[in-house]
Each structure stands twice: as structure tokens, then as C-alpha cells.
Ligand binder design. Structure first.
Ligand SMILES: Cc1cc2nc3c(=O)[nH]c(=O)nc-3n(C[C@H](O)[C@H](O)[C@H](O)COP(=O)(O)OP(=O)(O)OC[C@H]3O[C@@H](n4cnc5c(N)ncnc54)[C@H](O)[C@@H]3O)c2cc1C
Length: 262
């Protein structure tokens, strides 16, 4: 059970960042779905709900998602259902149930860089960028590789293009974490093949993505790209699946996702 000594409701991001860094055990609150499962002793819990960070907007070039946006909003938003074949709504629609999706946030998810995350896998396939208060804007790909520092995720930005995308995952049971998730996208023969829950963090299969971009997309080439993805990425064991099983599942899900995009 978490213990919270004080609550702060900052009126600006500047104030939120200052309070966050005042003490080691001051933390930002997202939807608290994960935080409340820990036994953290929080000195000051920082609630961002007064900072207008819950929104999904489009402009000429990008789609912007505020960090306090919930997964239920991602799932039901018309803009996100219109672009990229609805890959972002599809990536979250199987996460536990509506009650959980009504509270979990984009910021809590992206900041935590969970290996099992379905949403991060889909975001990575769309060349998303993350904007943080201190660090500024950084490609999600780079952000996932960095050590996590005390900072505030403000928003996610996705290039608004005609990119086609597909999301595939496999779970042992409906409300469990995925044993593997895959997102594939393509725009003008620029393909991204992303595999997450390996169980490590989502990663782009660079060689497989390059191969499929340059191929004629025959069924043999699609199968070869799927095999290449399973060979170039690392997989591991956990209580849900073995490394070898994940490698096999990777070939199947990558093939299905490429076929879906085609
Ligand atoms: C029972 C359960 C099952 C789940 N199953 C799945 C699943 O199958 N697939 C899946 O993809 N996900 C799953 N999740 C994870 C979920 O989707 C969220 O990713 C997770 O709960 C974190 O979101 P949150 O808003 O609850 O963050 P919180 O619990 O509030 O915060 C998590 C961490 O992020 C920090 N934080 C929060 N917001 C910000 C911010 N804006 N800037 C900086 N730091 C911030 C907090 O300080 C904390 O350290 C599950 C979660 C639970 C509780």
C-alpha cells in the first residue's frame, strides 16, 4: 500500500517540476493504477490534473496527445480511430477492462517504459516523439534507450501522415499481459516492424524493416522479413512464455501484421 504525506496541485508545469525535484520521494501521479500497487512512501504526490494535459488534438502536421489522456480516451477518440488504421485504439482495447482504461494515462505509461506495454509498441511504429518538461522533445526510440530521469512527460506527438499500420498481440488469457506484441507500419515503402513484450521493451527490427521496404512483398519475402525480425531481436523467458516460444510467435505475428498492412 502506498503512503502519501502531502498532495500538491501545481498551477504550472514549472511549479510541478520544482516540487518534483524538491525531495527524492516526491512523485508525479498519473492514473495511479501501478503506483497504488507499490509500497512507496511518497512525501509529496503531484497531481497534474489542473494543467490541461488531457487532450488529443490534430494540426496540419501532427497529432498531439497530452500526458494525462487516459487509455479509454485513446480507444474512443475519433482522430485516433481515423488515422493509421486505428492502431493506437487497437493497441489498448484489450488491456484489462474499461474501468482500468478509464484511469491509466499516456504519461504514466510512456515515462515508465514498461517492457510489456502494448501502447508503446504501437507508438514506436508511428515514429512518435515525446515532449518532457526538462529534456524537451526527443524521439520515442531514443527515449526508450535512455536511463529514466526525474522529469515530466507533457505530451506525445505523432507525424500526421497516411501511414498504414497494424497491431497484433498474443495473450495467454484475456486480461493478462501480452506474451508478445507487434506493430507494423508503412508509408511510401518506409516500413517499421516493432516487437514488444519480448519481454523487454519494444524495439524496431531494423534489418527486417529495411528488407521488407526494399522487397516486392511476395509471400516468401514477407515470411523472410518475419524470420529476420525473430533472429535480430533478443527474446527472454518469464512466467508467461519461454524465449523459444516468443521467437516462434514473433514470426507469426510479424507476418500477420505485414499482411494486414499490405
Ligand atoms: C492490473 C494492471 C494490468 C495491466 N495490464 C496491462 C496490459 O496488459 N498491457 C499494457 O500495455 N499495460 C497494462 N497495464 C499498465 C497500464 O496500461 C499503465 O501503463 C500503467 O498503469 C501506468 O499508467 P498510470 O497512469 O496508472 O501511471 P501511475 O501508476 O500513476 O504512474 C506510473 C509511474 O509513472 C510516473 N508518472 C505518471 N505520470 C507521469 C508524467 N506525466 N510524467 C512523468 N512521470 C509520470 C509515476 O510517478 C510513476 O512512477 C496494467 C496495469 C495494471 C494496474
Amino acid at each position: 500500500m502506498i503512503t502519501i504525506k502531502n498532495f500538491a496541485f501545481p498551477k504550472s508545469l514549472e511549479e510541478a517540476y520544482r516540487v518534483l525535484n524538491e525531495k527524492r520521494n516526491n512523485v508525479i501521479l498519473g492514473g495511479c493504477a501501478f503506483l497504488r500497487m507499490t509500497s512507496k512512501r511518497i512525501e509529496t504526490a503531484i497531481d497534474l490534473s489542473k494543467l490541461d494535459l488531457s487532450h488529443i488534438n490534430e494540426n496540419d502536421e501532427t497529432i498531439e496527445i497530452g500526458s494525462m489522456t487516459t487509455f479509454r480516451e485513446i480507444e474512443t477518440n475519433p482522430i485516433l480511430n481515423k488515422y493509421f488504421n486505428g492502431v493506437l485504439p487497437k493497441s489498448v482495447e484489450n488491456i484489462v477492462g474499461v474501468q482500468l482504461r478509464n484511469i491509466v494515462t499516456v504519461g504514466g505509461t510512456v515515462h515508465s517504459k514498461y517492457g510489456f506495454s502494448d501502447f508503446i509498441t504501437a507508438l514506436l511504429s508511428l515514429n512518435a516523439e515525446v515532449t518532457l518538461y526538462k529534456q524537451g522533445t526527443v524521439h520515442l526510440k531514443e527515449y526508450l534507450e535512455q536511463d529514466t530521469k526525474k522529469d515530466i512527460v507533457i505530451s506525445i506527438s505523432i507525424p500526421k501522415t497516411n501511414r498504414k499500420a497494424a497491431f497484433q498481440m498474443m495473450r495467454n488469457s484475456r486480461s493478462d499481459y501480452a506474451i508478445l506484441n507487434v506493430a507494423v507500419s508503412n508509408e511510401d515503402n518506409d516500413w517499421n516492424i516493432v516487437v514488444g513484450a519480448r519481454p523487454q521493451r519494444a524495439k524496431i527490427a531494423k534489418e527486417a524493416s529495411k528488407y521488407i521496404s526494399q522487397s516486392d512483398k511476395s509471400i516468401e519475402e514477407v515470411e523472410k522479413a518475419a524470420l529476420m525480425a525473430s533472429e535480430e531481436l533478443d527474446f527472454g523467458d518469464n512466467m508467461r512464455a519461454s524465449k523459444e516460444y516468443r521467437e516462434e510467435i514473433c514470426k507469426v505475428l510479424v507476418k500477420r501484421a505485414i499482411m494486414e498492412v499490405l
